[in-house]
Design a protein around this ligand. Structure first.
Ligand code: MN3
Length: 220
């Protein structure tokens, strides 16, 4: 990308941008309402991108670093860079984790088998994921990851941290994640985070989650 860009565009190369939503804002209804999607993507995610670009532009040591590079050394970053780099990575991942209900699909046989053998059943997995999401105090995320031993695990992170970060309590590669910040659900669900977590399964893009599972577990 930008391999032939002139040297004078170095600062432009370092900048991050808001990805397009892969569906219209109203296409996740009724699980997630259009206004929530518009604000969440166009205002909240945009604000993380803008703040990250501003912070990176002000610190030469961060120039040209990818989001993944920033995640891997989050513990060395300022709170501003850590929170906004995490916010940008998490939301970019989150939009692709969802799809309109009609296109949401189902888990691949391999992923279904791994979920069943790890958690007992798909329902038990969903119950544990919901529990982790409801227990996250304040703002944060709940994740399904491939941990460093290659096993599926549910974990949760505060604020805009994620399991790719060196500071994460439980590290791994996320294949599924849900945003439990109030901004993700308050307009429709108000204080009922548990109802949001239940409704959200209708729009999980199992095709994409299964693709990530296959990628994360592929023999190197
Ligand atoms: Mn959010």
């Amino acid at each position: 990308m930008q391999a032939n860009a002139p040297a004078s565009s170095a600062s432009a190369q370092a900048s991050f941008s808001l990805p397009q939503l892969p569906y219209a804002a109203n296409e996740l209804e009724p699980a997630i309402d259009a206004q929530t999607m518009q604000l969440h993507h166009g205002k909240h995610h945009q604000a993380y991108v803008d703040a990250l670009n501003k912070a990176v532009a002000a610190d030469k040591a961060l120039a040209g670093q990818s989001l993944e590079q920033l995640m891997s050394k989050a513990g060395t970053l300022s709170d501003t860079v850590r929170n906004n780099a995490g916010g940008h990575w998490n939301h970019t991942f989150f939009w692709k984790t969802m799809a309109p209900k009609a296109q949401a699909g189902s888990p691949s046989p391999e992923l279904n088998k791994a979920i069943t053998s790890t958690f007992g059943s798909m329902d038990k997995f969903k119950a544990s994921f919901k529990e982790a999401g409801t227990k996250r105090f304040g703002s944060g995320w709940v994740w399904l990851i491939i941990d460093n031993s290659g096993k599926l695990a549910i974990t949760s992170t505060p604020n805009q941290d994620n399991p790719l970060m060196d500071v994460a309590e439980q590290k791994g590669k996320p294949i599924l994640g849900n945003d439990v910040w109030e901004h993700a659900y308050y307009l429709k669900y108000q204080n009922r985070r548990a109802d949001y977590l239940d409704g959200w399964w209708q729009v999980v893009n199992w095709g994409e989650v299964s693709r990530r599972y296959a990628e994360a577990t592929a023999k190197k």
